[in-house]
Write a protein that binds this ligand. Structure first.
Ligand SMILES: [Zn+2]
Length: 120
């Protein structure tokens, strides 16, 4: 099953002196990625402009996110790494947003049946 991906934001990178390739290269030393480097734009009066706000982001598999440090050095610049808060990852099915004991876990039902069979 394909695990979900989350958006991880990289702040404080200089806009024109760090390339997408340099960012990806550093991030890939720590974890797998699910997307290219994307850029966030400034919002003005409720509309998104074409002006970049300096942040870039990458979608990263939820199971990989914990491998990333909170600060990364990319081409001599320090970038603060912002991961989504309260990231709950199910150890049973690797999906985001529930615990292994949660009845909505798609992998739970089959495991419970197997556990029941093993007790007989
Ligand atoms: Zn689960």
């Amino acid at each position: 099953m394909q695990a979900a991906s989350v958006k991880v934001v990289f702040k404080d990178l200089p806009l024109h002196s760090v390339t997408n390739e340099e960012v990806l290269e550093v991030v890939k030393e720590y974890c797998k990625v699910s997307s290219e480097v994307k850029y966030a734009n400034l919002w003005f009066e409720g509309k998104m402009t074409s002006v970049r706000n300096g942040d870039c982001f990458i979608y990263i598999p939820v199971t990989e996110v914990s491998k990333l440090p909170a600060v990364l050095e990319i081409s001599g610049s320090c970038s603060r790494v912002f991961k989504p808060p309260n990231l709950t990852i199910c150890k049973r099915c690797s999906n985001q947003g529930h615990h292994p004991t949660d009845p909505k876990c798609p992998a739970r039902t089959t495991d419970v049946i197997i556990e029941m069979l093993e007790t007989f």
